[in-house]
Design a protein around this ligand. Structure first.
Ligand code: ADP
Length: 538
């Protein structure tokens, strides 16, 4: 027998309708690419998004068409995002930090029809346009006054283009499982793969992120999503924030410590989200200028392991709660967050920081487990590490136009991470499965050595890779970038590590280099390092 409740499809534009009707006066503030701050409210956002949808329809765009954006977090990007999805087309966010060949591959693979771009990326688009046969129009996210000279075919200023459409438009209606957005993983191995979100998965994931033990967004918050919309849905914030009726503060292209601080201060931002490198920039700016953070209450930090120093400084010095999170593009992306719970509230000092360094526990709608190489489930004892598998309504079941199934028996998706989970459900990532160091039949966590090494005076960045060893199969090599002016030596670093990690985890050697290679989403490119140190022997 079926229940007798309404068949109300979970469509992302209903989020915007809700925000405009019930929180219409709440502000959306943008640091524009042209320079000045721009402010309007959710009512304006909805009207302008409807106009984008209508203008796209006039271009002949319809359900299932892929429309790409290459843009910072701004009001115009959000309008474009909701306009595309509200028409039933697919909003394909492009990461401008990818290599040109990767962008060309991705745009052609998705067969994008129109490209919306920020002024910043016009030169980048011009450089690759000759290789993009499916793109018939370039819409530059600016007005006529700021429109640059460009060689791009059919280029038009967004505001001029939008003038051709009023808001007399009704959102399209379709099944909630209809595709809404497309985002390619950066493809550290092989070609990038397209993760195709649905309206349903995006709405559910946005609601999931508003739970108090995730980011807990509510109607009195002012939220600054620093994590870009092209990095896995800005971690759901562009859905979660309007759902809650919180104010949305958009940083545009200003990712440096000074620009971020200005917004945190003038807009009284209560919560924000970004990768560790962004917070490093902010902390440095605060220290150099002796500043405080009176409004900021909590920050979500993820995408890479959050260093201990960052948690300690933000929490103890600035009274900002750090919520350490883990996730991946294939998970929409949030998988776990490390909020305290009743049974951990009493923790203090070292015990507390140890828990905060873990990536956290799953909210309702994410399931996870760890398994050994043969797929047998491993215990939740906080020690035994295994392959981390996940499933849930906002986890990928396949990649776009890719026939290979990606699910294991039982519908589990292998995250590619190695982790352990404790009795209370807190998970800790110890490695990527490709990076794990196998020494004498046991696994050594490269991430834990790196995080510990970072605490040593004079080290700016650290990476650990496994080097072949005749007796132990592999042994860890620590690769270090020194802070400017530092002379820290191999012996000093090894002495620092002594007693902080297991004896047999102590690296065999330390090598110093000028720069550690990073991916477009800021992760250390271990593959590159392994190539670079390919012939290395201890
Ligand atoms: P890519 O950067 O390859 O496009 P994602 O941005 O989806 O992919 O990155 C997902 C991966 O990032 C995870 O599988 C994990 O290895 C790593 N990651 C994310 N958050 C954390 C975290 N808090 N600690 C450690 N690793 C993390």
């Amino acid at each position: 027998m079926l229940g007798l409740m309404q068949d109300y499809p979970l469509l992302v534009h209903t989020v915007l309708d809700h925000a405009a009707l019930n929180h219409g006066e709440r502000e959306m503030v943008t640091r524009s690419i042209e320079g000045p701050m721009r402010r309007y409210n959710y009512r304006d956002l909805r009207v302008r998004s409807l106009r984008v949808a209508k203008a796209l329809q006039l271009e002949g765009v319809g359900i299932g068409d892929r429309i790409a954006t290459m843009a910072w977090n701004t009001d115009r990007h959000v309008e474009t995002w909701y306009g595309i999805m509200g028409l039933g087309a697919i909003c394909h966010t492009l990461n401008p930090r990818l290599f040109a060949e990767q962008l060309i591959y991705i745009i052609n693979h998705a067969e994008d029809r129109i490209l919306f771009i920020d002024l910043t990326f016009v030169p980048l688009a011009e450089a690759i346009a000759a290789h993009l046969p499916t793109i018939t129009k370039y819409i530059i996210l600016t007005d006529d006054e700021h429109m640059p000279e460009t060689s791009l075919a059919n280029a038009v200023a967004f505001e001029t283009w939008l003038d051709g459409a009023d808001a007399d438009f009704s959102w399209a209606s379709f099944d909630e499982n209809t595709a809404a957005a497309l985002c390619y993983t950066s493809g550290t191995t092989g070609n990038p793969k397209g993760v195709l979100y649905s309206h349903r998965s995006n709405v559910l994931h946005g609601l999931m992120c508003n739970q108090p033990d995730v980011l807990g967004v509510n109607s009195s918050d002012n939220i600054l999503p620093i994590v870009p919309m092209f990095h896995a849905n800005a971690w759901a914030l562009t859905y979660a924030v309007p759902t809650a009726g919180a104010s949305l503060i958009m940083p545009g292209a200003g990712m440096d410590g000074r620009s971020i601080y200005e917004l945190l201060d003038t807009e009284k931002v209560s919560a924000s989200a970004a990768v560790p490198t962004v917070w490093l920039g902010l902390l440095q700016h605060l220290k150099e200028n002796d500043l405080e953070l009176p409004w900021l209450k909590r920050v979500l930090i993820g995408g890479a392991a959050c260093p201990r120093m960052m948690i300690e400084t933000l929490e103890n010095k600035y009274d900002v709660e750090v919520i350490h999170g883990w996730g991946m593009t294939e998970m929409s992306p949030v998988g776990t967050t490390g909020k305290m719970k009743n049974s951990t509230m009493h923790l203090k000092g070292e015990e507390l920081i140890k828990l905060k360094l873990k990536q956290g526990r799953t909210p309702y709608m994410v399931e996870m487990k760890i398994v050994d190489d043969d797929g047998n489930e491993l215990p939740r004892d906080g020690k035994t590490a295994g392959h981390l598998l996940v499933r849930g309504p906002a986890v990928s079941s396949a990649y776009y136009n890719h026939d290979k199934s990606i699910l294991l028996e039982g519908g589990w998706f292998d995250s590619g991470d190695i982790a352990h989970i404790d009795e209370l459900g807190y998970m800790q990532i110890t490695d990527r499965d490709k990076d794990v160091i196998k020494s004498g039949g046991e696994w050594i966590s490269s991430i834990e050595i790196e995080n510990t090494a970072i605490g040593c005076e004079g080290i700016a960045e650290a990476a650990v890779i496994g080097i072949a060893h005749p007796k132990w199969t592999e042994r860890p090599l620590l690769i270090v970038v020194r802070e400017t002016g530092s002379e820290v030596s191999e012996n000093e670093i090894l002495a620092y590590l002594d007693g902080k990690i297991a004896k047999w985890w102590i690296p065999e050697a330390v090598e110093f280099i000028d720069e550690i290679p990073h991916t477009a989403t800021g992760k250390i490119q271990k593959m590159k390092l392994r190539e670079q140190f390919g012939g290395y022997r201890f």
